[in-house]
Design a protein around this ligand. Structure first.
Ligand code: DGJ
Length: 730
């Protein structure tokens, strides 16, 4: 891409004595709309001097500082590009170290930088910083995606001192933002209550978003957040920064409103209980901190994020996904071969692509008939499935559907043969009582033998059943009593666990590059963009009540594209089957119901909906997503997916308030259309026997639909309305 600019300008000025001298080095990281500008001054302090809309004339970035008349910076490092500690810095650092000689100070100065073009539209800036006193260096990496305005930033930390250095804090990145006030949109949650949003004005001091759970790390708090600048951004207006750490373990993001009223954002692995001993010559590579700045509101930011994720990050992000029938809520642990064979027939009858066998198929000495035993013993349970998995895979083939299976390979029940044979593979304190989360403990993935064990769980399943088409990878427990009997240095525990997990996932992907895998974590306790490089989709929550899911999927959708969101129709909630199915269609559709219990009409609805979904799923998965009516702000929720050509779209509309007379009183304004084109809107996914009051023959201009809007006629008799939009002419 010719326009792709990530360049270096040495601004040459005439000094006071009249000599020509190179003064400041300006390093802009420019994307389509934004510029993050670094500057190395004459003393080689590297700072962030600008992060906002891109300017046409790059020379003007250097003028920015002078037009701000804030209080003075006593340190010259308040806006440092990567803030050290123990020397001049007085704010929250990005990095804190103890050198080999016991000294705690670090002062990082610019040495050089280079830009490499990674691929079309993707560029990598590396900046080398060194301490003038100690043989210690940090390389800052900025990978920028031009079209999507996305930057991934991370650091490489190295030294050649005489002895080990201790890293007390080792953030991936720190940012420095200027604005007239900042508003933080963050998330909290628990089981069945994932992705609850709250927005507050940031006050002076430090606000920390973090996790210390080890595994299932997002259960109480995910690392994704938004910061609005100058005023709270809305869906279509305002300046907003999206941030997320690409890491599945403990994370920590500090947001510090400093004494000058600027916002510093420092994000990385949580240093909680984790001082890291860095040997001479070893490089500590941090995970990536992902960020994106939009000046057109949260909606545009999310669409850029989706585009980036599908093109560059999520495994098979531009590919296909399988619809499925899962047996978890249909049978729980209570099944046998005959029951499953009947479910395989139901899978075909329903019309989905795959049957997913959930928890309970394994373990013999301590059979997995409940969540109290058997986890870790990945041998097929002979009582339930005397002919093994192979017979089921074959039976699936006979029914012309694919077969997938559930595993939770990082975990163990104390009541298991695995625990009896390898107590040293289990994370627990040697001298303390065990404490369980869902009656289970976590295996020590810091130990290479455990890594091999976990890899083999997957490898053996595929070796024995080459036709296996899908894996659901669960993770139901957090880490208590963090201790590895393998590691010498317990401070490395949380980091080594994650390294072990990623090693295993990488090994799996080397051997099985494309098989779809769902990232599940006792509901939605684990999703991030490091994990989504190995997984094709994630499970947002065990809470599949469609009313709850409208809110939850709405929030997830800011950060993750619909193709990654596994949404299942279950018996949760009081809504009719149409409502439940329609909500699940706003992502990757699946079912977890007893098909044979469905009424004839309900079954017919589902069968038809799946056929319709197969016709428009590409628009959901690859189209642009527009939030039209926010369920938090009214009685109707409305979400649209419009294809790239703006010629086709699907619009989901729901009643989210059952009070008397509630419904779509006002029209819903569409977005993302061609104003000049004309469109038709037709109601699809109708429940058998129902007629639509919507006239599919009428045409409307894009301008009309976006300015005046369209009424989906949602009311207590029509609680879920799916509309198909089609271009009728130019
Ligand atoms: C938790 C998951 O979220 C459920 O979908 C199910 O797979 C159970 N674990 C099985 O134990």
């Amino acid at each position: 891409m010719k326009r792709f600019l990530l360049s270096f300008i040495a601004i040459v000025t005439i000094g006071s004595l009249g000599q020509l001298r190179a003064q400041n080095i300006i390093i802009p990281v420019e994307t389509a709309e934004t510029a993050l500008v670094l500057q190395a001054d004459k003393d080689k302090n590297l700072s962030i001097i600008y992060f906002d809309k891109k300017l046409a004339n790059k020379n003007e970035y250097e003028q920015v500082a002078a037009v701000y008349k804030q209080t003075g910076d006593y340190t010259q490092v308040l806006n440092a590009a990567y803030t050290g500690s123990g020397s001049r810095n007085l704010a929250e650092p990005a990095i804190t170290v103890t050198h080999a000689d016991g000294n705690n100070s670090l002062d990082l100065r610019y040495v050089n930088h280079k830009v490499t073009r990674e691929s079309d539209g993707v560029s990598l800036l590396t900046v080398l910083l060194k301490d003038p006193v100690y043989n210690f260096e940090v390389t800052l990496f900025y990978k920028s995606y031009f079209k999507q305005d996305v930057i991934e930033q991370w650091s490489g930390i190295k030294h050649n001192e005489k002895g080990n250095v201790t890293l007390h804090k080792y953030a991936s990145a720190n940012l420095h933002l200027k604005g007239k006030g900042f508003w933080l949109n963050q998330y909290f949650g628990d089981w069945a209550k994932e992705m609850q949003a709250e927005e507050t004005k940031i006050t002076h001091g430090i606000k920390t978003l973090d996790s210390k759970l080890g595994t299932r790390a997002n259960l109480f708090q995910p690392s994704v957040f938004m910061v609005s600048l100058n005023k709270p951004a809305s869906e279509d207006e305002g300046t907003v920064l999206y941030g997320a750490l690409e890491y599945s373990g403990n994370f920590r993001t500090d947001l510090e409103l400093d004494f000058q009223d600027n916002l510093r954002i420092i994000s990385g692995i949580n240093n909680y209980a984790s001082p890291y001993t860095l040997k001479a010559g070893e490089e500590f590579i941090t995970p990536m901190f992902l960020y994106l700045l939009s000046h057109k509101g949260k909606g545009e930011a999310s669409r850029k994020m989706h585009d980036w994720a599908r093109n560059y990050k999520v495994l098979d992000g531009k590919g296909q996904r399988l619809t499925l029938l899962n047996n978890w809520e249909a049978t729980y642990f209570d099944f046998n071969e005959d029951k499953l064979k009947a479910l395989l027939k139901d899978t075909r009858k329903l019309g989905v692509d795959l049957f997913l066998l959930d928890d309970g198929w394994f373990a013999n000495k301590y059979p997995r008939n409940g969540d109290v035993a058997g986890l870790g013993d990945w041998q097929v349970n002979k009582t339930k499935l005397p002919n093994g998995i192979a017979t089921l895979v074959e039976e699936a083939q006979n029914n012309q559907v694919k077969f997938g299976i559930w595993i939770e390979p990082e975990m163990v029940n104390p009541k298991s043969e695995l625990y009896e044979k390898h107590p040293d593979w289990v994370i627990k304190q040697p001298k303390r009582e065990e404490h369980y989360f869902r009656n289970q403990l976590v295996l020590d993935l810091a130990n290479p033998k455990v890594q091999d064990f976990v890899f083999n769980v997957v490898d053996e399943l595929f070796t024995q059943n080459p036709k296996l088409a899908y894996i659901k990878w669960d993770c139901n427990a957090v880490i208590y009593n963090a201790y590895s009997s393998y590691l010498k240095n317990q401070s490395h525990f949380y980091i080594e666990y994650m390294r072990g997990l990623y090693n295993v996932l990488q090994k799996i992907r080397n051997k099985y590059p494309t098989v779809p895998m769902m990232l599940c974590s006792g509901g939605g306790g684990r999703v991030d963009y490091a994990a989504l490089q190995y997984f094709t989709e994630f499970w947002p929550s065990d809470n599949t009540d469609p009313l709850e899911r409208i809110f939850m999927q709405w929030e997830y959708s800011y950060f993750y594209p619909a193709i990654t969101s596994a949404n299942h129709v279950t018996d949760w909630g009081k809504q009719p089957i149409k409502y439940r199915t329609d909500v699940a269609m706003m992502g990757k559709l699946g079912f977890d119901i007893v098909v044979s219990h469905l009424s004839e009409k309900d079954l017919a609805y589902c069968q038809n909906a799946i056929k319709e979904y197969n016709g428009f799923k590409d628009i959901i998965w690859q189209g642009n997503q527009y939030r039209l009516a926010n369920p938090k702000e009214g009685s109707v929720a409305s979400m649209a997916y419009i294809n790239e050509a703006k010629s086709k779209g699907i619009i989901f509309n729901y009643l989210v308030n059952n009070r008397y007379g509630e419904g779509s009183v006002y029209p819903v304004k569409l977005k993302g259309l061609d104003a000049k084109a004309s469109y038709r809107l037709k109601e699809i996914c109708l429940y058998p026997g129902n007629n639509s009051p919507i006239d599919a023959g009428k045409t409307y201009s894009g301008e009309f639909l976006m300015t005046v809007g369209f009424n989906p006629q949602v009311n207590s008799g029509r609680t879920s309305v799916v509309l198909q939009l089609e271009k009728a002419g130019n």
